[in-house]
Design a protein around this ligand. Structure first.
Ligand SMILES: [Zn+2]
Length: 151
């Protein structure tokens, strides 16, 4: 993993979210995995929740998993790492409360997607991520429906 890229994305995540910072040395390890292995690690029981997942902050093992097909030279691709770095900052600030219930999960994901989209705009990308969040509400939603989320 490119240490300069990670330091850069960390600084951007802190600047965009305003969350308390952390030294790059205290970030989790970044682990590249084939898409299928990534899905298997995040959702060992299968199910569609992990289909298409690109990256994931594994709080239990304190590591960030991401697809080995990402081209980290490209802002669109490495913006998914920024999204997960935001989750690391949130985790340090709020602990497991960030995913305690549906509303917390929505807030947590909305903040990470906002940061990712802001980063994409700042780097001149026309892409937009996180569409499904806009149509998701918490009425009658169980916790499992949202967590671990699409990215
Ligand atoms: Zn997320």
């Amino acid at each position: 993993m490119d240490a300069a890229l990670i330091a850069y994305l960390l600084a951007a995540a802190i600047r965009i979210t305003g969350l308390p910072g952390v030294a790059a040395a205290h970030l989790p390890e970044f682990v590249a995995l084939p898409a299928r292995e990534l899905e298997r690690q995040v959702c060992p029981d299968g199910g569609n929740g992990c289909r298409g997942i690109v990256a994931y902050f594994d709080r239990l093992h304190f590591r960030i998993l991401y697809r080995d097909t990402l081209d980290l030279e490209q802002p669109f691709d490495h913006s998914f790492l920024l999204h997960e770095i935001v989750h690391v900052l949130q985790y340090r600030e709020f602990g497991n409360a960030m995913y305690a219930d549906c509303r917390s999960t929505l807030r947590t994901e909305a903040e990470a997607y906002r940061a990712q989209n802001r980063y994409l705009r700042d780097t001149g990308q026309l892409a937009y991520v996180g569409f499904s969040l806009r149509t998701t509400d918490c009425a009658g939603a169980g916790l499992g429906r949202l967590a671990p989320g699409p990215a």
